[in-house]
Design a protein around this ligand. Structure first.
Ligand code: PLP
Length: 283
């Protein structure tokens, strides 16, 4: 496959990143994942806006090709013949001597890869996912989309080992987010609840899109803490992310959510999200 690295689309097999890259030595990296549906990137602007924000939050300078990123991502998808899949974009400060505070002299590392995947046929869309709950052991800047993903990898591995699909995290206040998604519940009244944005969770681009679509459809959305009790009693629970899109949660720690099927409100929002994505491909 072809990747983009530091100014050039090139074969992944021969691409080279320095062992002194600060992402490798210190985990200093920022990333984004943006899906491609029928040749269109979904919410690319909000993903790139969050990239800028994450870079700023950890004092990294925007890469020289920042303004060209949308074009580069399109070119890379095209070069790989991908009309359904995703682009993964990572930016790091680049290489420095192995010193915590060394200031990079060279260019930041910018790597983009594109991978084919048929998101619209994912079984989880109709079947939903089962989850377990775990304490959120991550750091307190979860609003920065960093490549320091060891806690998330551990949470997903633990889910698989325990026979469920994914893990949702909680802190002393309530549910923070999923291991790679945001969490919503639907109250019996039909009101959607999701945790307010703060440094405790990532500001999901899909979360924002779903809130807009829900409000456009006349639904009520409240941003407030969801306690663990509330989550377990909710008639409907769903998660959102670029790659999940919007997926029902059918069981939590072995307790069925509602009747264990996709809820009515979740289904309506799934339809609204699919319509939104179709509207992107319209001429
Ligand atoms: N929260 C976490 C921890 C994530 O890793 C992700 C996406 O990977 C999200 C939320 C959802 O964000 P988005 O909808 O922008 O993909």
């Amino acid at each position: 496959s072809l990747i983009y690295l530091n100014g050039e689309i090139q074969p992944a097999e021969s691409a080279r990143i320095s062992p002194f890259d600060r992402a490798f030595l210190f985990g200093e990296g920022i990333y984004e994942v943006c899906i491609i549906i029928n040749g269109q990137f979904v919410d690319m602007d909000s993903h790139l806006a969050r990239l800028d924000r994450s870079l700023g939050a950890c004092g990294m300078t925007p890469p020289p090709e920042r303004a060209q990123l949308p074009q580069i991502m399109h070119d890379l998808a095209h070069a790989n013949g991908i009309t359904n899949g995703f682009a993964y974009l990572q930016v790091t400060p680049g290489a420095t001597p192995r010193s915590f505070t060394a200031v990079p002299q060279g260019r930041p590392t910018v790597m983009i890869l594109a991978q084919a995947q048929d998101f619209l046929s994912a079984p989880s869309l109709s079947r939903g996912i089962t989850v377990q709950l775990q304490p959120d052991i991550r750091w307190l800047h979860r609003d920065i989309k960093t490549t320091m993903l060891l806690p998330q990898v551990m949470a997903k591995r633990s889910a698989l080992a325990n026979g469920v699909d994914d893990t949702l995290f909680f802190d002393e206040l309530g549910i923070t987010e999923g291991s790679s998604s945001n969490v919503f519940i639907v109250e019996a009244s039909g009101t959607l609840i999701t945790r307010p944005l703060s440094h405790h969770l990532l500001a999901g681009c899909t979360r924002a899109r779903i809130i807009t679509l829900a409000q456009d459809a006349g639904m009520k959305v409240e941003e407030r803490i969801i306690t663990r009790d509330e989550l377990l009693r909710a008639p409907e629970v769903f998660v959102t992310s670029a790659t999940y899109m919007i997926v029902p949660v059918t069981s939590i720690d072995g307790h069925a959510v509602g009747d264990g099927q996709t809820g009515e409100v979740t289904k309506r929002l799934q339809d609204a999200y699919l319509d939104f994505m179709r509207s992107l491909s319209a001429p």
